[in-house]
Design a protein around this ligand. Structure first.
Ligand code: SAH
Length: 442
């Protein structure tokens, strides 16, 4: 099938690699637990404390929302489902499955450009830690479904158990897990990966159906540093499709705001220079504009807060304090400035009263039972020594100051900031990046 790939699509795909390097840096420093991110990073690099803390805040806030959502869905006796847009090499499903002893935390569908999902599927196929977990969780789901269907059939005297909507062979003790690296797809009863260009809503809808999504079930839709790279004429329909399709859902959008002050202008021009312009930012430059996009897209309610606010008011103080002890940190002014330029916008559809703001959202407490284990102590993560040492030469160009002061003068600029999801826009295989004369700060 022919498909035209816009030049900037390639650069935008590169933002995924950059985000994962930063997430690996964080996990090795003990900010959060991610045992799987190591498989997705070719060249580890230790990030600056500013970047690590930024990624920590992004991870912690999004994880807390997700955990609230899962807890609320389970409390209502419903099977949660999660759609990750532009998922890149997101490892959340795998980590939560591992932390849950091999049980699927939810039915997950991740989508991204085919070039990205091909790489992800190949890594999942290659790494036993990943496909083993997938097989384990899938078999448990299939066995539970089989038991449920047998019980239902026995109860109504019928002997014909309905087959699973995703064709995974409901009732089988060993579920079918299909990993097709060439197609960039993974199919299983509880985790699917599909090549979808978000500009093609038909493909998105078909992928959701193929993953066995039930539009009426509680659904969490995550867009982490994705829609902002799209033209608003193409991203708004995605928001609208999600709002119209799932009546019991939350949509969490993490991305940049405030392009119009000095810091924001620097952020915008750095990314444009790297070939991945923040095409969506002019249409959603503020918290209000984010809420407006969600409600215009049919979401019943919307809330948006800056990361500076969320860090202080949403994250539990004891978790924050633990993270703050991990590294020496004296860039408070830059920190607040960066955090003010990122936000999470939350759309809510709660037709059945399963996802009230008292249980899920910025004013709700963390769930009593946290799904993720506490992060490892600093420097104790797998490969910590390699991570620290691995900074090596890359450390010369990475993790420099981000602010408008020294960093900007040096060309580092605010970059995409800690929310970044962007940053190194190096062509694949290009050494360093310094050779392009472009800042590498992210
Ligand atoms: N969400 C991940 C990756 C962020 S990088 C994380 O936060 O770690 C941005 C991702 O969005 C890339 O993987 C890129 O390929 C994807 N993306 C951007 N535009 C897209 C589109 N039109 N269709 C599908 N994926 C897209």
């Amino acid at each position: 099938m022919l498909r035209s790939v816009e030049g900037s699509d390639v650069q935008v795909q590169g933002t995924n690699d950059d985000a994962q390097v930063s997430k690996l840096s964080c996990s090795r420093m003990g900010y959060f637990r991610d045992e799987f991110i190591q498989f997705f990073v070719r060249r580890a690099s230790r990030r600056s404390p500013l970047i690590n803390r930024g990624y920590y805040s992004r991870h912690a806030a999004l994880r807390q929302l997700l955990e609230q959502f899962i807890a609320a869905a389970r409390a209502a006796g419903k099977q949660p489902q999660v759609l990750v847009l532009g998922a890149g090499f997101d490892t959340t499903w795998f980590q939560l499955a591992k932390d849950g002893g091999g049980a699927a935390p939810y039915n997950c569908l991740e989508v991204d450009f085919k070039e990205v999902t091909q790489r992800k599927a190949a890594i999942i196929a290659k790494e036993p830690a990943l496909h083993g977990l997938l097989q384990q969780a899938s078999s448990a789901v299939a066995a539970a479904r089989g038991a449920g269907e047998a019980a239902a059939a026995a109860a109504d005297g019928s002997s014909t158990a309905a087959s699973s909507s995703n064709g995974a062979g409901a009732g089988a003790a060993v579920a079918q897990v299909e990993i097709d690296a060439a197609a960039g797809s993974v199919r299983s009863p509880c985790y699917s990966l599909a090549p979808v260009d978000l500009r093609d809503l038909g493909a998105l809808e078909a992928a959701a159906a193929a993953a066995g999504f039930d539009t009426q079930a509680p659904t969490y839709i995550l867009s982490e540093c994705v829609l902002v790279y799209m033209d608003p004429a193409q991203s708004s329909p995605v928001v609208g499709w999600a709002g119209a399709t799932f009546p019991n859902a939350l949509m969490a959008i993490y991305e940049q705001i405030k392009p119009d002050d000095a810091f924001g202008r620097q952020m915008v021009s750095n990314l444009a220079e790297r070939g991945c312009p923040l095409k969506g930012l002019p249409a959603t430059p503020s918290l209000q504009a984010h809420c407006g996009r969600l409600t215009a897209g049919g979401w019943a309610a919307a809330d948006a807060r800056s990361m500076d606010t969320l860090y202080q008011t949403f994250l539990p103080p004891e978790e924050r304090q633990r993270a703050e002890r991990l590294e020496i940190f004296d860039e408070l002014e830059e920190w607040h400035m960066i955090q003010e330029h990122y936000c999470i916008a939350l759309g809510r559809n709660d037709r059945d009263g399963l996802l009230p703001p008292t249980a899920v959202g910025f004013d709700a407490p963390p769930p009593a039972h946290r799904l993720s284990l506490p992060a490892l102590p600093p420097q104790m993560g797998p490969g910590a020594a390699a991570g620290a040492g691995g900074a090596g030469g890359a450390g010369l160009s990475l993790g420099l100051g981000l602010g408008l002061g020294r960093g900007a003068a040096g060309g580092a600029g605010p970059g995409p900031g800690p929310g970044l999801g962007s940053g190194l826009m190096r062509p694949p295989g290009a050494p360093g990046g310094a050779g392009r004369g472009l800042p590498n700060a992210d």
